[in-house]
Ligand binder design. Sequence first.
Ligand SMILES: Cc1ncc(COP(=O)(O)O)c(C=O)c1O
Length: 392
Amino acid sequence: MLDALKPQPQDKILQLIAMYRDDPRTQKIDLGVGVYKDATGLTPVMRAVKAAEKKLWEDETTKTYTALAGDPAFSAAMVGMILGEGFADRAAAVATPGGTGAIRQALELIKLAAPGATVWISAPTWPNHPSIIKYLGMAMAEYRYFDEATRGVDFAGLMADLAKVKAGDAVLLHGCCHNPTGANLTLDQWAEVVKLLADKGAVPLVDLAYQGFGDGLDEDAAATRLIAGAFPEVLIAASCSKNFGIYRERTGILIALTSPERKAVVQGNLNFLNRQNYSFPPDHGARLVTMILGDAALAADWKAELEEVRQNMLGLRQQLADEFRRATNSDRYDFVATHRGMFSRLGLSEAQVNRLRDEHGIYMVGDSRINIAGLNAKTVPILAAAIAAVGG
Ligand SMILES: Cc1ncc(COP(=O)(O)O)c(C=O)c1O
């Protein structure tokens, strides 16, 4: 039976990691993989996570199963962090293995409820979005998002394409810190998108993987909150991988907003999907998050460290924009300072990306997405000079 399997295409980012690892040069720079790194190149365990783990190790008395939806305290804490007060009676939720698990379960829920629905994704988007949608055999359409000339949002194109959305279609939106471009809508633009999609009768699916990495914890949830207040039904797939730095613990949540009357049925369907796919969701990371959000001192320390992370990336963005001005004698890379989140798409050609790798030991994804956190004060000028050298 297994003879029938064909090789799967290799994940481009994992391929890049392997090439970087095998590169013998000492001056190489990795801007590919999407994890936060501090100035020393480490992806640290956050202080509050360590403290919560220590307390958990001391206090935990059992590792018996939780519930199909995970611990209700985790759901309540996450709904509070993302949406604030006032949504408890509308929010069904399940813990999932990471944000990816939440997206997968959201898509399965859409398929279960409306098998013919089209899922709209931004062009470009995180490659796992179309990959999972195709794997599930769902109909998919793209809406324009990125303006290659300005490296900002192609808002006119986005609105023109979303005008074609049909009632009952699902529209996948990045809640903040768009991956891979780093270009984001303003709140006024979000309001226009919300009005258009609400008039169409679309169902938003918000992917919130970087809350706290852009403009702040509440600021990064502002678009999601706007959406939550404007639609009768909303799906939110949130990840704790980045903002709690617990990538390998696989911690995420799918929140489905519905009417208070439908909530029990929706919750039952979410539980059902967890049961079919992996039964009980992972608990360790979710428990740490619950402990941190439920303890004033731990929460304050976590927020302070998350703010350091955010400021570090903002500082690197500004430094990079300044270095680009010097290296290229132009302001055409100023957009780097206005982008938000961990990534920016620089708008280089594939040939330039390859030259950066071969001639300068600088690794980035083929579409010229860089991980800002892969830089530090010393490597920023090196990157700017190398890009200028390849004609960027
Ligand atoms: C846009 C986006 N969504 C979701 C995820 C899911 O992350 P995870 O499954 O590691 O929590 C990521 C991670 O890279 C992402 O970039």
